[in-house]
Design a protein around this ligand. Structure first.
Ligand SMILES: C[S@@+](CC[C@H](N)C(=O)[O-])C[C@H]1O[C@@H](n2cnc3c(N)ncnc32)[C@H](O)[C@@H]1O
Length: 302
């Protein structure tokens, strides 16, 4: 199989529009915030996603992409455009959610999961089901990386894969559809080990297809992590490990801490919370956790 060195133009259009968006930026930046609030309120009404507590600098930058695409000079004009063209809401959500990800992103974190964390969780199971939730899973790269690790670890052992439940959730429905299809660009696979690439993917027409066995190990669900709940598809609300990486980074501090506190409550004792490299655990919450290995952002619940 060729090693994934070429770049597949997944969202080239978004990139081009982004550049145009920067040119438009000065116009919308000068606009009063109530026009922006009205637009975000409309998104909340229509799609039940509240972007108002996301970092405004990021939201404004991403919105400019849609303003350019729609030919709208400001938020007020764009708001009218969205209300007259309901299909635009999908593109808007697509722009506001940043789905940069890849298989085995930050490989040292996955090394630690493979060497220490998952073997320990498997050992302690006592016949129970192992339950793992990836909140904000983009196109499935992260839950599938976990599924590959579990497949590797259980290949040699007598653990039935039916006793493993992995769920990936996101607020971007298109990303979830892509996840279920299991087709990936070379760019998404730049961090994967060659052995895993050869064992779990087939390459055809410039695209890598994940094998069905791994696809079948993951359930995908629409879920908004800010709602202080777990995905209903997961049935129960307790998990041995929750990964919420590179999602909180887009939230304002209040929401960041609220979501993190909520997630902590869904982790079983001695279970794990895995955060993104640039994310931190607030001091107050840290009292309930130990960092497993320095700088991995893998925290064990006391
Ligand atoms: C940068 S990606 C991170 C993907 C993966 N966790 C990783 O670290 O590679 C952030 C993801 O969070 C999702 N997201 C943003 N807000 C969310 C929310 N309120 N609930 C669930 N997912 C959300 C976005 O749609 C996007 O897919």
């Amino acid at each position: 199989m060729p090693s994934p060195s070429f770049k597949y133009p997944y969202k080239t259009t978004n990139f081009v529009l982004g550049v145009i968006g920067i040119v438009f930026a000065p116009i919308s930046i000068m606009e009063p915030d109530y026009n922006l609030n009205e637009l975000l309120e409309y998104v909340k009404e229509q799609r039940a996603v509240d972007f108002s507590a996301y970092r405004m600098s990021t939201i404004k930058r991403r919105l400019n992409i849609r303003l350019s695409a729609a030919g709208s000079p400001d938020y007020a004009a764009y708001y009218r455009y969205v209300t007259e063209n309901p299909a635009e809401l999908d593109d808007l959500i697509d722009s506001l959610t940043i789905k940069v990800s890849c298989f085995f992103r930050n490989p040292f974190v996955f090394e630690a999961l493979h060497e220490f964390v998952i073997p320990e969780l498997l050992d302690a199971l006592n016949g129970d089901e192992l339950r793992i939730w990836c909140a904000g899973c983009a196109r499935g790269e992260e839950p599938y990386s976990i599924a590959i690790l579990l497949k590797e670890l259980t290949r040699k052992e007598d653990i039935c894969l039916r006793k493993i439940f992995i769920i990936g959730s996101d607020i971007d429905r298109e990303a979830l559809d892509d996840a279920e299809n299991g087709l990936y660009s070379a760019e998404s696979l730049s961090e994967i080990k060659k052995g895993y690439l050869d064992r779990y993917f087939t390459f055809n027409n410039g695209v890598y297809r994940l094998n069905e066995e791994i696809i079948s190990m993951v359930t995908f669900a629409y879920h908004d992590v800010t709602t202080a709940s777990t995905p209903k598809e997961g049935v129960f609300s307790d998990y041995h490990m929750i990964l919420c990486r590179n999602v909180l980074i887009y939230f304002e501090r209040g929401l960041y801490e609220k979501v993190l506190k909520g997630l902590s409550g869904f982790i079983l004792k001695d279970g794990y919370l895995v955060m993104g490299e640039a994310e931190h655990m607030p001091l107050e919450l840290m009292k309930g956790f130990d960092e497993t290995l320095a700088r991995t952002k893998i925290f064990r619940k006391k």
